[in-house]
Design a binder for this molecule. Structure first.
Ligand SMILES: [Zn+2]
Length: 223
C-alpha cells in the first residue's frame, strides 16, 4: 500500500521534472512508455529463424523485430552508454508477446569483456536477461564468461567475425553442471550473422542441454 503510494508520488514528480516522450520521435506521451502509438505500430513481428550450427544442430532464433527503427534506435543507444534506453529495451522485450512462444528453464546472456563493461557501465544482454527473469520467474545463470576482448563485430566480414570470437568465450566451471537436461534461453540485444551465438552454443552443447533457444530484440534479415 505504502509502496504503491510512493510509486505514484515518484511518477507524479518525475512526470513534471521530465515529461514522458517517445524515445524515437520524441512525441509527448501521457504515460511513460518506450514509444508513441505511431512508432509502436511500425514494430512488426517476424517469424522465428532456424539457425544451424554444423549440419544437423538447429536452434530457433526469436526476435521482437527486424533490425529497423524504432527498436534499432534503442539498440544503438548502448554505444552512447544510454542505460535508460536499454532499460526500456529490456522491459519491452520481457513483456513482448514473443515471450509466450519461448520454452525455457533458465536464461543466460552474452557477456561483455570487463573493460567494455567498465567503460559502458552496464551489459545490455544482462539487463534483458534480468527483465525476462522478473516477468517469467525463471533464473538467470551466467554460464558463459568472456576471456578475450574482441573488436566490434559490425565492422567485420562474416569470416572476420568468426575469427574474432574464436576463443573469446569459456564456460564458467562453477555453473556448467547445471546445463545438462535444461532448456536454455540465450538472450542478447541483436542477432546479425550469428557468429557470437555459434561460439557460445558450441560451448554449451557438449554439456547436453535438452535444448537451446535464442531470444533477441532485433534480428538482421539478409535480403
Ligand atoms: Zn514515436
Amino acid at each position: 500500500m505504502i509502496q504503491k503510494f510512493l510509486t505514484q508520488i515518484y511518477e507524479y514528480v518525475t512526470y513534471f521534472i521530465s515529461p514522458p516522450s517517445c524515445l524515437y520521435c520524441h512525441a509527448d506521451l501521457s504515460v511513460r512508455t518506450a514509444f508513441c502509438h505511431s512508432c509502436m505500430i511500425q514494430i512488426l513481428p517476424i517469424v522465428p529463424f532456424d539457425f544451424y550450427i554444423g549440419k544437423h544442430t538447429v536452434m530457433k532464433v526469436f526476435a521482437v523485430s527486424s533490425y529497423k527503427d524504432p527498436l534499432r534506435s534503442l539498440i544503438l543507444a548502448k554505444h552512447h552508454s544510454n542505460e535508460t534506453a536499454i532499460h526500456f529495451l529490456a522491459h519491452f522485450m520481457a513483456t513482448s508477446p514473443v515471450v509466450q512462444q519461448l520454452d525455457f528453464d533458465v536464461i543466460t546472456f552474452i557477456p561483455l569483456h570487463w573493460t567494455r563493461y567498465a567503460s559502458r557501465g552496464f551489459n545490455q544482454a544482462q539487463m534483458i536477461a534480468q527483465a525476462l527473469a522478473y516477468t517469467s520467474g525463471r533464473p538467470v545463470i551466467p554460464f558463459i564468461k568472456r576471456c578475450k576482448k574482441t573488436q566490434f563485430q559490425a565492422r567485420l566480414t562474416l569470416q572476420q567475425r568468426e575469427h574474432n570470437v574464436q576463443n573469446a568465450f569459456a564456460l564458467d566451471a562453477q555453473y556448467s553442471h547445471q546445463i545438462v537436461g535444461k532448456k536454455i534461453l540465450i538472450v542478447d540485444d541483436l542477432f546479425t550473422t550469428g557468429s557470437t551465438m555459434k561460439a557460445v552454443c558450441s560451448l554449451l552443447l557438449p554439456c547436453q542441454p535438452q535444448k537451446i533457444e535464442i531470444f533477441v530484440g532485433c534480428r538482421v534479415i539478409n535480403s
